[in-house]
Design a protein around this ligand. Structure first.
Ligand code: BGC
Length: 716
């Protein structure tokens, strides 16, 4: 027998249940329940894994109890949320998505894993793969935006980065951590954008939109999956047999660990599908949830559930086997202290990781509008830096930075001062982020009078996005609009920088600013990255990974809509539009300006007719018509014109990038397998249907900028 079967044979039922119990060690609070007596619980064999503890010394102290003071010496898993960096905080995932760079996504996950592992952590609750199309939902900040193709690439890159793909020892390396793809699934479809609310999405939407990123994570070898808090059409994900057992385990072939979300097993009672902890525990275990995070339902309810005949010991054995297997894959049995041992790299912020954070930061920034004021002119002598986000150090970290240090980030003010030593920078906040006090506006306005240009730094506090941070009115909070109005009245050139975890409703500001820049939350190098872009040291390349609405009434909004039988037509009343607002967003998916201008050719294709098994190559010539070296991003979309079910108006199939000197031309080549044009048919099974397709290439999902060719799929 192997190690795991030997252990299973030796374990009591209580010890088995202990392996399925994860508790918070109390350092960080990410949920409503707090555990106490952790050390005692480990010693008694009632705890198999921890969360919210970091620091090699602290984790090793707990590990020592598990290894030396328990009967079977089974090491602990130590889980932690490492969403956008551990000590070196990187841009929030929504920002990083704007880079459209799998190489960078992987690199920042690798760097984060090295630091987290050096801090004793063996498992992270990331990547977050929730497609989000509603900026009211605060957790839109934690994922890679609205599109399944993008989130699928993000999933692969992040899993590889966290788990040490490419390292000789893989997941067992001292610098690798087990990834947890979350939240499975459709959590981003929460009713009215309210966190933890119900989601009711069709089977089709699941198969076309919400499941593919998880399938990609599984195929990339992701060690764990976390079910979401929500129910889908009445079945809470923590007890969802069709999705967890039938789809994830059987169809997608996932044999790793399913770890519940925080307290989610016990919350099955509140969902109203379990009468007590015993029924809750049984429902989750039957669906295939291996680890109960923090609810105590498994530790209190599984033994009685066996007695009541609600679960079998075989089901418990299967869950324990998967947990032990993960511990084995992580190398914990061979050396429980390998993560965080002397000799492993230090967990602290290093110069190289800061450089990576700066690179990720500047590539995440999206230049939304620019009326010839950026890059900042070298002639400027006096800049007024105004607004509550201009010197907001801790906020630059963003919403998930538990091990991060609030004093680490470079603020916008500091970044600019370092980049422009010869320019006088006068500064005032004017208002606080969310306060209603307008008494500071006059002074802020006053210091703008003699300035050549105003940089207005507006936005949200970091705590206004992320978990439990839904906003019914996701605009500028507090008195920031009043501040902006007062500044615009001066009729100076105003560049507005928006720090936020979501697209904010800022149509009026966008119309009045000479330039508008989305700077999200960029982490420790925020100020330097922003200064790089403002000064033109770095020519912006970021593109929106989400559609940016004009107003909250347009939500949910995304580019991959299905066609209406009555598409919007201003001359026809009975068409799909609003009476009081255009249907177009403020900025489309993929939008983002550069200091260069690029010309795109119509796509060239290697064949007009193709069959299953063929590969299409689509070439787009790009020319840099501007005066600065720059990088262009081209999106490839497909539209199936006539199919057995309606297909989205645009489906993203590829993203290409090219760096070009002024006047230089080059070619982006997309390879598109015919199979990429399959879709779930009327029975939800994948079909490849003959007929015509439009392939469109362009700088964003704005239909006006797309260049289109027609191709034809032949039968057979
Ligand atoms: C969140 C998860 C997170 C967990 C552990 C929960 O409240 O929904 O995303 O991984 O806490 O911190």
């Amino acid at each position: 027998m192997n190690r795991i079967e030997n252990l299973l044979a030796a374990m009591t039922v209580e010890e088995k249940i202990g392996q399925l119990n994860m508790v918070a060690a109390g350092y960080a609070v990410t949920g409503p329940v707090l555990a106490s007596g952790t050390a005692e619980g480990i010693r008694a064999g009632r705890i198999g894994s921890l969360l919210n503890l970091w620091g090699a010394q602290e984790i090793h102290a707990m590990q020592k109890i598990a290894v030396e003071k328990t009967r079977l010496s089974i090491p602990l898993l130590a889980g932690f949320d490492v969403l956008h960096g551990h000590k070196t905080i990187f841009p929030i995932p929504l920002a990083e998505a704007a880079c459209f760079e799998p190489r960078l996504w992987e690199a920042s996950a690798r760097a984060a894993a090295i630091e987290a592992a050096a801090d004793g952590i063996s498992m992270t609750f990331a990547p977050m793969l929730d497609i989000a199309r509603d900026p009211r939902w605060g957790r839109i900040a934690e994922g890679a935006g609205e599109d399944p193709w993008v989130v699928t690439q993000f999933a692969k890159a992040k899993v590889r980065g966290f788990q040490g793909g490419g390292l000789p020892e893989g997941l067992a390396s001292a610098g690798a951590v087990a990834a947890t793809a979350k939240h499975f699934c459709a959590y981003g479809a929460a009713l009215a954008g309210r966190d933890y609310a119900s989601a009711d999405v069709s089977e089709r939407l699941l198969h076309e939109v919400y499941l593919p990123p998880f399938a990609a994570a599984v195929a990339a070898g992701c060690a764990a999956i976390m079910p979401a808090f929500n129910d889908i059409a009445g079945i809470p994900m923590t007890a969802h047999i069709p999705l967890l057992r039938d789809w994830l385990r059987r169809k997608a072939g996932f044999d790793g660990v399913i770890v519940s979300d925080y307290n989610a097993v016990a919350e099955l009672i509140r969902h109203g599908i379990a009468g007590d902890l015993v029924e809750a525990a049984a429902a989750a275990l039957r669906a295939g949830v291996d680890i109960d995070m923090m609810s105590g339902a498994y530790s209190q309810g599984l033994a009685p559930a066996i007695a009541r005949g609600l679960v079998s010991i075989e089901a418990i054995n299967a869950a324990v086997r998967r947990v032990l297997k993960l511990k084995e894959r992580l190398g914990l049995f061979d050396d429980p202290y390998r993560r965080g041992s002397a000799g492993a790299s230090a967990p602290n912020v290093s110069a190289a990781r800061r450089d990576l954070a700066r690179e990720a930061g500047r590539r995440s920034i999206v230049l939304l509008t620019n009326d010839h004021v950026l890059p900042l002119s070298p002639e400027l002598r006096r800049i007024a830096l105004i607004g509550p986000l201009a010197d907001a150090r801790a906020d630059m970290l963003g919403p998930w930075a538990m091990a991060g240090n609030a004093s680490d980030p470079v603020t916008i003010r500091e970044g600019l001062a370092a980049a422009l030593p010869d320019v006088e920078i006068v500064f005032a906040t004017g208002v606080t982020i969310a306060g209603e006090d307008t008494s500071g506006i006059a002074a802020a306005r006053e210091i703008c009078r003699d300035a050549d240009l105003v940089l207005l730094c507006l936005g949200e506090a970091a705590s206004m996005s992320g978990e439990a941070a839904s906003r019914a009115n996701p605009g500028l909070p507090g008195a920031q609009n009043a501040l902006a109005e007062a500044i615009f009245e001066l009729e100076k050139p105003v560049v507005v920088l928006i720090s936020s975890g979501r697209p904010l409703m800022i149509s009026t500001i966008a119309a009045k600013a000479q330039a508008l820049v989305a700077t999200w939350f960029l982490g420790v190098e925020a100020g330097n990255a922003i200064a790089d872009v403002l000064t033109g040291t770095f020519n912006p390349t970021g593109r929106l990974p989400v559609t940016w609405p004009r107003d909250v009434g347009q939500v949910p909004i995304f580019f991959a809509e299905r066609p209406s039988g009555r598409p919007a037509d201003p001359d026809n009343h009975y068409t799909s539009k609003y009476l009081d607002m255009p249907i177009e967003p403020l900025f489309p998916f993929g939008h983002g300006l550069s200091y260069s201008r690029f010309g795109l050719s119509k796509p060239r294709i290697n064949k007009k007719d193709f069959k299953r098994g063929d590969e299409l190559t689509i070439e787009v010539d790009v020319i840099n018509e501007g005066a600065a070296a720059g990088e262009e991003t081209v999106f490839l979309f497909a539209r199936d014109i006539v199919a057995s079910v309606t297909r989205p108006l645009l489906e993203l199939k590829g993203v290409g990038k090219i760096a070009l000197a002024p006047g230089e031309g080059g070619t982006i080549c997309f390879r598109l397998a015919a199979e990429a044009l399959t879709f779930p048919g009327s029975d939800l099974q994948p079909v490849f249907e003959p007929g015509e397709f439009l392939l469109s290439a362009g700088p964003s999902a704005d239909p006006h900028g797309l260049l289109t060719v027609k191709v034809r799929a032949l039968p057979g």
